[in-house]
Design a protein around this ligand. Structure first.
Ligand SMILES: NC(=O)C1=CN([C@@H]2O[C@H](COP(=O)(O)OP(=O)(O)OC[C@H]3O[C@@H](n4cnc5c(N)ncnc54)[C@H](OP(=O)(O)O)[C@@H]3O)[C@@H](O)[C@H]2O)C=CC1
Ligand SMILES: CC[C@](O)(C(C)=O)C(=O)O
Ligand SMILES: [Mg+2]
Ligand SMILES: [Mg+2]
Length: 342
């Protein structure tokens, strides 16, 4: 079995005398900054003027331009959207990335696909939480954590791995378990997971189920509860006890349907398509398409996003969730609405 690092395996002194710049204060940024600070580390936040800047200041951080924060830090963690990183790196980070510093990422995309090529005289590592940033924060506050991967791309100081481990402990990762990987493995598995299973696979499965029921004349509210709302309740059981744990709680009728009908929906053909996605990720074809889409100002992304936000499952869901205020945790309704408009 691979070595899994837990809190007691990690000495974090190596990071105690260093300043950490968290660049970006979005999903991952706010969580890393707050968790590290509460773990006793010295954090400065690097941003442009705007909404996040105000939020980070409200949360009590020293906030500076990306260049100033990067200049004064020993470890620069880049938590900007992947598609923005290359330009900000070139303009504001590279000029102050002095020898012996460390630059870090939560996803290997830009380094692995050669969009960012750091100089040879700095440490380069990743600490990639295996979960959404808002949950990195929420679980930390609850005394738990989200598992994380570390990967060392360059180690000029001889302490890159110790710093990466200390960082992963500071954000709560080693409360759940930290594994060592490479930039290649993290990048390819993360892209595959989000496309085929966690995001693309999941939303397509939910929508296909909802559409099948509503097109057959069933009430959209019933279809929403069946295919979306209950998904979380079932996945919680899988998270807690694996497939066996979930099957313990469902009826034998459901389990029989799971065994004989599930594989008729997700089958060898689905796996073949998953294999195709994986090849496109490995070859760099997916990355190239995403880079070009951004260079063209996201015409396809924006069109699909607008249409997805109008899907009947979103319309009925919005109404039903208003009647279940307990389902909302950190995301406020206005934030989700603002996101949907963009
Ligand atoms: N989302 C997640 O849970 C996960 C993300 N990752 C990785 O973490 C990294 C960050 O992703 P994520 O947290 O989703 O990113 P977000 O989209 O949430 O980050 C947005 C942040 O970046 C800031 N920003 C955007 N453009 C600029 C700019 N030009 N200059 C300065 N600040 C800017 C925004 O500030 P403003 O308010 O001014 O726009 C905001 O604070 C990525 O590499 C991603 O792949 C890894 C694991 C999970
Ligand atoms: C599953 C999506 C993710 O990879 C993540 C939250 O881990 C991301 O890029 O946001
Ligand atoms: Mg991920
Ligand atoms: Mg990802």
């Amino acid at each position: 079995m691979a070595k899994v690092y837990y809190d007691s395996d990690i000495q974090d002194e190596v990071l105690r005398n260093k300043k950490i710049a968290i660049i970006g204060y979005g999903s991952q940024g706010h969580a890393h900054a707050q968790n590290l600070r509460e773990s006793g580390f010295d954090v400065v936040v690097g941003l442009r003027k705007g909404k996040s800047w105000e939020q980070a200041e409200q949360d009590g951080f020293a906030v500076k331009s990306v260049k100033e924060a990067s200049e004064e830090a020993d470890v620069i963690m880049v938590l900007l959207p992947d598609e923005r990183q290359t330009q900000v790196y070139k303009e504001e980070i590279e000029p102050v990335l002095y020898p012996g510093k460390a630059i870090a990422f939560a996803h290997g995309f830009n380094v692995h696909f050669n969009q960012i090529v750091p100089p040879e005289n700095v440490d380069v590592f990743l600490v990639a939480p295996k979960g959404p940033g808002h949950l990195v924060r929420r679980t930390y506050v609850e005394g738990a954590g989200v598992p994380a991967l570390i990967g060392i791309y360059q180690d000029v100081t001889g302490e890159a791995k110790d710093v990466a481990l200390a960082y992963s402990k500071g954000i709560g990762g080693s409360r759940a378990g930290v594994l060592e990987t490479t930039f290649k493995e993290e990048t390819e598995t993360d892209l595959f997971g989000e496309q085929a299973v966690l995001c693309g696979g999941l939303t397509s499965l939910i929508k296909a189920g909802f559409e099948t029921l509503t097109e057959a004349g069933y009430q959209p509210e019933v279809a929403y509860f069946e295919c979306l709302h209950e998904m979380k309740l079932i996945v919680d059981l899988v998270y807690e006890g694996g497939l066996k744990g979930m099957r313990y709680s469902i009826s034998d009728t459901a389990q029989w349907g799971d065994f004989v009908s599930g594989p008729r929906v997700v089958n060898e053909d689905t796996k073949k398509r998953m294999g195709e996605l994986l090849k496109e990720i490995q070859s760099g074809q997916f990355a190239k398409g995403w880079v070009l889409e951004n260079q063209a100002n996201r015409p396809v992304f924006n069109a699909i996003n607008a249409s997805e936000n109008q899907h009947p499952i979103e319309v009925v869901g919005e109404e039903l969730r208003k009647l279940m205020p307990f389902v909302k945790k950190e995301k406020k309704e206005e934030e989700v609405a603002a996101y949907a408009k963009n």
